[in-house]
Design a protein around this ligand. Structure first.
Ligand code: AMP
Length: 471
């Protein structure tokens, strides 16, 4: 999705134009074409755009153009710009972009986020680094200990403001904003314009211009969306089945819970599919390595939870698989925004169980369109996998997991429902014998959403009703 304009027409600094050219961008995207002129003119701005639209460059390019004149030869000290973002992954990606676009400027950039040693961050804040990109929590902590001096700050950017509110950062953000000069330019980006975001803009901005790309909550237009209706017990087999397609060469799989992400990854690894995981139980180094391996192609599949995956900016993701249907409609929009980024075309596949149907319909209302339901070609929907956790003692479940053989069996009740198509693969059905005995027919889904974790500590009890709140 390009704007048909030229970067040259936007009034950017020549050194930045040079860097943009070196990044391989030929034309601005619509959000860039719309947002760069008012930012250069000094206006506060509300940008309503999803990730994948080029919004980082939309605020970075004009901000760096304006900073270029202030920092001069670079000896100038003092933090002039602060970007707040919800997760460390997003912070690191913004840093990567800022460094690429500002590579011909004597610009000093630093990041601040939790989970890593604070001394380099303290030193950067003390040194008056020109541009700081930070998660609100750690920054607030360091500010309270008086390590930061934002008295010269001219630019404040709140990126993914909706997500920062969701994550409970509002009190920190308020305190941070109170400690920076009132005379500043404030840019706020959000995937959606909710009432809460509007309140925030009134509080933090002056006469902001609004730039909105696409309809509210409209998922990236380049992404082909599909739903596979599948019993929960067949999700692992369906994922493996889909991964037989070599076109699925760079696949981001979303699970709702950390331990479920680990379980999906373990299962794929056991089948010889190189997989990494990204969730908040993993250390910063493990997360960075997972992303690096995924980007480089060393692993084919990355299994992530929503928060950890926030802001993942990896070019060339071929498919996003919603292994677990997302909790919120906005998460869906963010998840599928990971593929089809900028100009690529990608597929977003959602596994939907019987229990997810109501939520699927709510999502369709939210995004204002229906999503195509499909049957996976060659997959045996008649196969039934025993309800491992419910029916077998824990030691047997573990053995089953270690072998990676949740052997399917055909249900007496489902045999008429969906015969395997010709050429269907035998291991998913064909009357494989039951390990539990008794040939229990498959049931849609039990009250527990996490499937197979019923005996684990810290997992919600059966019967828990999930919140689903398209906001
Ligand atoms: P963002 O929405 O900021 O996360 O950007 C999504 C992706 O689009 C990133 O990988 C950028 O490198 C890329 N991108 C940003 N602007 C352009 C452009 N004008 N032309 C091509 N790619 C772009």
């Amino acid at each position: 999705m390009l704007s048909g304009m030229s970067f040259n027409a936007l009034g950017l600094d020549p050194k930045i134009l040079q860097a943009v050219k070196e990044a391989g961008y030929t034309e601005p995207t619509p959000i860039q074409a719309a947002a760069i002129p008012p930012i250069l003119a000094g206006h506060d701005l509300i940008g309503i755009a999803q990730t994948g639209t080029g919004k980082t460059a939309a605020f970075t390019l004009p901000m760096l153009t304006r900073l270029a004149t202030v920092i001069g030869d670079g000896r100038q000290r003092g933090t002039l710009a602060l970007v707040l973002a919800p997760t460390r992954e997003l912070v690191l990606q913004i840093e990567e972009n800022v460094k690429a676009y500002g590579k011909h400027l004597p610009l000093r950039v630093a990041t601040v986020f939790g989970g890593v040693g604070e001394h380099p961050q303290i030193n950067a804040l003390r040194a008056g680094t020109h541009l700081i990109i930070a998660c609100p929590g750690r920054l607030m902590d360091l500010m309270q200990r008086r390590y930061a001096d934002f008295s010269r700050l001219q630019y404040l950017v709140l990126d993914e403001a909706d997500r920062m509110l969701d994550m409970g950062f509002l009190p920190s953000i308020r305190q941070i904003v109170r400690s920076v000069p009132q005379k500043r330019q404030t840019l706020l980006f959000s995937a959606t314009l909710s009432k809460e975001i509007e309140t925030l803009t009134h509080e933090f901005q002056r006469a902001p211009k609004t730039v909105q790309i696409g309809r509210r909550a409209n998922p990236a237009e380049t992404v082909t969306q599909l739903v596979y209706e599948v019993p929960k017990s067949l999700k692992p087999a369906l994922l493996l089945h889909l991964l037989r397609d070599p076109a699925m060469n760079m696949v981001l799989v979303f699970s709702r819970m950390k331990h479920a992400a680990d379980r999906v990854a373990r299962n794929l690894e056991q089948q010889g599919i190189k997989t990494a995981t990204l969730h908040s139980n993993r250390s910063q180094n493990q997360r960075l390595k997972a992303l690096k391996d995924f980007k480089s192609g060393a692993v084919r599949v990355l299994v992530a939870t929503d928060i950890a995956a926030r802001g993942i900016d990896v070019d060339g993701i071929s498919h996003v698989v919603n292994y677990d249907f997302p909790m919120h409609a906005e998460d869906y929009v963010h998840r599928i925004g990971r593929t089809g980024r900028a100009h690529a075309v990608g597929d977003a596949i959602s596994f939907v169980t019987h229990e997810d149907q109501g939520e699927l319909r709510a999502l369709e209302r939210f995004i204002g369109r229906g999503i195509v339901r499909k049957k996976a070609e060659g997959f045996d929907y008649g196969a039934v996998v025993p309800h491992v956790a419910e029916d077998r003692p824990r030691h047997q479940q573990q053995r089953g997991q270690q072998r990676g053989t949740q052997r399917p069996q055909r249900s007496q009740h489902s045999s008429s429902q969906s015969r395997p198509p010709q050429g269907g693969r035998p291991q998913h059905g064909g009357g494989g014998h039951s390990q539990q005995g008794g040939g229990r027919p498959h049931q849609p889904v039990s009250g527990n959403r996490e499937g197979g974790n019923e005996h684990r500590p810290g997992v919600r009890p059966q019967g828990h009703v999930r919140r689903y709140s398209p906001r």
